[in-house]
Write a protein that binds this ligand. Structure first.
Ligand SMILES: [Zn+2]
Length: 650
């Protein structure tokens, strides 16, 4: 662990964090980046440098200095955002009044200087590297457009809050033992009366930590089941009682159709419609799709891609549907004849596809071991090597939370698998396995480039109870592979945060999706899955259960269809009511489902709700066409020799 910087040197820490001079030599010490005042001083310095630029006589030098200073100011603001998220700057939870003051100050400097720079032509959008095009767009448009952009952000935040309430579920159902018939005990355990005391820990972990005597007390009595998404995920596939499934399904979707979700979604769609037209696009979908690959650049083309996927998926989907229809006969009052009712769909699919194997595989995914082996697997496939940094620089001395594990990422040998490792460091990865106990809400997993050469990967699994082993669901392991894919990409590209942000969404997600697909292959599962007690690999049938079937992609199609349809000219948000929005969403969903939607169903209660709120990142358009980006694409993706032997050895 490197020593802490002296107070006098600390203001230069900010500069050091945003400017990369080769690979970083030591892990980032958050403690050095915890002062609002020093941060503001660094911003002030960048702003002064910008002001000085206009007095430079050579136009080229002046432009280079101006855009470099503006880029620094932007990087500092971005870094500030990430550090606040990590709780290292600005106060715990929400920002302190003093920090809020500093932030406002820095933002106003940026807005003034940026306007000045664009007016004088010293700062050129899309041409100078490291500049936040989104922000520049917001500053150079007319006030009325800027106001719409502001409104769009607010409406989006409002919809996300409404969705959160729906996902959480606002009520509970009281279910008896016979209502939950067929459900494995570990799935219903936290709903039992005694379960409320330990509800914070995942079901699997409790099963491990409790002795056999603890069990009987939980089996008797009623279960209090929240009507949220987590209960949907457990009950719909595994509960054999058709009436219990119906009660939960209807209560859950009622939360979406009767709550604020539809009206919040409508508000958002209306603002986006006006904003897209103001920016010269026919619809928000047209605006968002523009920076993506040619095949989906227009809404109509994107629709054709979805239609083609659906057609091509038919032969793969048919056998499962056939099996489900056979099982449906006489299975439930909802399904007439061999028709599969929407309420029975997940249950029949689980029966037909042995989804319970999925649960058993968790025994082979103890979190610590899976993390270590997953890093090895991702490293082998991308020709890098992760090494745990001994004497972790976490805890009070450096500002990192004590649960954070630090790894350095080293480059692999130049080509053939046989040659010696170079051990050239590409950067550091900070892995946060568990959600903090005091966290109010579940954080989504994600990878963030904190500063050049430093990536934070927050997996945010629920922590196990004291002394017990955390077991991961197979989806958790896949998520891990996905986020490490982002980390490898961020450190290999070697650019600053803004340069990574400017990559179009499809390019950003390509490497991470590759690792996700890789981690789902049964032969790769055998590499990273080991039984928590015996250490043995999983049997073949279990390893195969991780692979996403055609059903998974069909579900994706339905959710994408809702987002695309509601944002395109097919739906006129300006003249629609919340009920019409729901009907339009169902129609979009139905396009790619052989099973008829239940009358109470709200597609926004599935992933479609999040897709609708978040949208894609459309701000990279100008950067995408720059020669600099093309060079990067070549060197990182197209020209890069892929170590085929290493992949084969997996
Ligand atoms: Zn991703």
């Amino acid at each position: 662990m490197a020593s802490l910087a002296q107070p006098g040197q600390r203001s230069s820490c900010w500069r050091g964090a945003i400017i990369r001079a080769g690979a970083p030599s030591k892990p980032l010490e958050l403690r050095d980046l915890s002062s609002s005042l020093l941060w503001l001083q660094a911003c002030s310095k960048a702003n002064t440098d910008f002001q000085m630029a206009s007095s430079i006589i050579s136009r080229d030098v002046a432009a280079a200095t101006a855009s470099r200073s503006i880029a620094r100011l932007m990087s500092l603001l971005r870094l500030e955002e990430v550090l606040c998220m990590l709780g290292a700057l600005g106060g715990l939870g929400s920002a302190s009044p003093y920090h809020s003051f500093c932030r406002r100050k820095a933002k106003s400097w940026l807005a003034t200087s940026l306007r000045q720079g664009m007016k004088s032509g010293l700062v050129r959008p899309g041409k100078d590297p490291g500049l936040d095009v989104k922000l520049m767009l917001r500053i150079c448009v007319e006030d009325s457009t800027a106001e719409l952009m502001e409104k769009e952000q607010l409406a989006k935040a409002h919809l996300l809050r409404a969705l959160d309430i729906g996902f959480e579920g606002s009520g509970t159902l009281s279910l008896s033992e016979s209502d939950l018939v067929g459900m494995p005990e570990e799935l219903r355990r936290d709903w039992a009366a005694a379960g409320w005391f330990t509800g914070a820990y995942s079901a699997h972990n409790q099963k491990l930590s409790e002795g056999s005597t603890g069990r009987s007390s939980l089996c008797a009595g009623k279960y209090t089941v929240p009507t949220g998404r987590d209960s949907m995920d457990r009950i719909m596939p595994y509960c054999a009682s058709a009436s219990a499934r119906q009660r939960l399904f209807e209560a859950y979707h009622q939360g979406f159709s009767a709550g604020e979700v539809n009206s919040a979604a409508l508000d958002l769609l209306r603002v986006r419609q006006s904003l897209a037209r103001r920016l010269g696009f026919r619809s928000w979908a047209a605006y968002e799709l523009r920076p993506l690959a040619a095949a989906v650049r227009e809404p109509d083309a994107a629709r054709q891609v979805l239609d083609r996927c659906w057609q091509h998926a038919q032969p793969a989907l048919a056998p499962m549907l056939q099996k489900m229809r056979q099982l449906a006969i006489g299975c439930s009052k909802h399904s007439a004849g061999d028709e599969v009712a929407h309420i029975d769909e997940a249950y029949l699919r689980a029966l037909a596809s042995r989804e319970s194997d999925h649960l058993k595989l968790a025994e082979f995914l103890p979190a610590e071991g899976a993390l270590k082996r997953m890093l090895e697997t991702v490293g082998r496939a991308s020709n890098v090597f992760f090494r745990h940094v001994p004497g972790q620089p976490t805890g009070i001395a450096t500002g990192w939370h004590s649960g954070v594990r630090v790894y350095e990422m080293l480059d692999g040998p130049p080509s053939a698998a046989g040659s010696a490792r170079q051990d050239r460091r590409l950067g550091f990865v900070y892995v946060d396995l568990y959600q903090r106990r005091w966290a109010r809400r579940q954080l989504a997993p994600g990878a963030v480039l904190i500063a050049p050469g430093h990536v934070y990967v927050g997996l945010h699994y629920q922590a196990p109870s004291y002394g017990s082993t955390k077991l991961l669901a197979p989806e958790d392991a896949i998520t891990m592979a996905h986020e490490f894919g982002h980390a490898v990409h961020m450190l290999c590209m070697g650019g600053c945060m803004q340069e990574y942000d400017d990559l179009p969404l499809d390019v950003q997600e390509l490497p991470s999706t590759f690792f996700e697909v890789l981690a789902a292959q049964s032969s790769v599962v055998e590499e990273y899955a080991r039984h928590h007690a015996s250490g043995g690999p999983p049997p073949d049938t279990l390893a195969r259960s991780v692979q996403q079937g055609p059903q998974f992609f069909a579900r994706k199609l339905r959710n994408l269809s809702v987002g695309l349809g509601l944002h395109s000219e097919e739906f006129d948000a300006g003249n629609a009511s919340p009920r019409e929005l729901q009907a339009a969403a169902v129609a979009q969903w139905q396009r790619y489902s052989p099973i008829k939607a239940h009358p109470g169903f709200s597609p926004l209660g599935e992933d479609a709700g999040m897709y609708l709120a978040l949208g894609a990142n459309q701000e990279a358009a100008k950067r995408w066409l720059s020669p600099e980006f093309a060079t990067r694409l070549r060197s990182q993706l197209l020209d890069r020799p892929f170590p085929g032997q290493r992949l084969a050895s997996l």
